[in-house]
Design a protein around this ligand. Structure first.
Ligand code: KG4
Length: 340
């Protein structure tokens, strides 16, 4: 009999539900919350309220698009953390109630594992191309910047991570400094395509080992803009594209330098990326270029699987389910998770 898993994701500001059958995606519905735009960032209280409104219609739509009835489900996978507690509570409570009502198991998923396993979401009509184990995954989002060694769908080792800001925060703060709105990553990506990445350069951090730091480069941009504006009040308007291109190149250089070192030190040539920042076109191009140069097999998730989505939660939960993991109904969400 087929294993049909419903995935539920509500860790931040996207309410999402997905259905997979034996690892193949049948539906993936995402309700994004526009309410935060006016505040220049996610407002936790508003996020939980919006999840509460969205969760029932989103799950119903995911089941209907998949052509699956609730009674056909084998298990429910849900994001337990990390994320905003009020947001996580909505998805977790919903999964518990639905699991109890249908008398089927629930399986908790670490949101980050979802990003790390996004390459394993199979789709009908799309050729299967998945990393073999072990592989390295560059996990880059608004909350994380890590190099993770993945030995199986259940075994993860962090080889390096940021000691301060995440790279997504650096993108978002850069956009704020340049007056470009929120979230900044996609805007910088778009403007960077029209700019010259070599015109302006930014100081790179010196951090030992495979760890990252992104707070210094943000400050370097802040002082750079402040000094130039003193000389020319129109500096930003005249140079926005080139600044974005230079800043994006600097962030990409920082990310790749450590990833290349990790690949060299481990001898692993299977290399993937995941997380919101993995949508960045400059980073994706650079990954492919380095892959070709260094004979890596590079795995880039489809753009729709880079941002928060329940398909990745469903696939991660499916593997935990196959391994026999079940979560007790007295589970509570957690805003932080120490490790994988
Ligand atoms: O994984 P994600 O959707 O959410 C969490 O961090 O939980 O990542 C969001 C981050 C934001 O910082 C956003 O600016 C960044 O991903 N991002 C991008 C791009 N698209 C989203 N950064 C650079 N280039 C993009 N195209």
């Amino acid at each position: 009999m087929a294993d049909i898993v419903l995935g539920i994701e509500s860790s931040c500001d996207d309410t999402s539900a997905a259905v997979i059958r034996d690892g193949y995606l049948l539906s993936n519905v995402i309700a994004s919350q526009d309410v935060h735009r006016a505040y220049g960032g996610v407002v936790p209280e508003l996020a939980s309220r919006a999840h509460e409104l969205n969760i029932v219609p989103v799950v119903s739509e995911a089941l209907s698009r998949a052509g699956v009835k609730a009674g056909d489900l084998t298990a429910i996978a849900f994001t337990r953390g990390p994320g905003l507690l009020g947001s996580l509570l909505v998805g977790t409570s919903f999964a518990k109630a639905m699991g109890l009502a249908l008398d089927i198991p629930i399986v908790e998923v670490n949101h980050l594992q979802g990003h790390l396993l996004a390459s394993f979401i199979r789709q009908e009509g799309v050729p299967v191309r998945e990393p073999s184990f072990p592989y390295l995954c560059l996990l880059v989002s608004g909350g994380n910047s890590q190099i993770v060694r993945v030995d199986s769908p259940l075994e993860f080792t962090i080889l390096g991570q940021t000691i301060d800001d995440a790279v997504g925060e650096a993108f978002d703060k850069c956009a704020k400094i340049l007056g470009l709105g929120y979230p900044g990553g996609p805007v910088i990506d778009r403007l960077a395509k029209q700019g010259d990445p070599e015109r302006f350069s930014f100081a790179k951090p010196r951090v030992p080992g495979l760890d990252y730091s992104f707070s210094g480069i943000k400050t370097s941009l802040l002082y750079f803009v402040r000094d130039r504006l003193e000389e020319d009040p129109d500096f930003l308007e005249k140079n926005r594209e080139d600044i974005c291109a230079g800043f994006q190149k600097a962030l990409t250089d920082i990310l790749l330098t450590k990833l290349i070192r990790a690949a060299r030190e481990t001898g692993i040539r299977e290399v993937a990326i995941g997380g919101g920042v993995s949508a960045n076109s400059g980073l994706r191009e650079r990954m492919l270029a380095e892959g070709q140069k260094r004979r890596w097999n590079v795995y880039l998730p489809e753009l729709k699987f880079t941002t928060d989505n329940a398909a990745m939660i469903a696939i991660a939960g499916y593997h935990h389910f196959l391994a026999g993991e079940r979560t007790s109904l007295d589970v509570a969400p957690v805003s932080r998770m120490a490790d994988f």
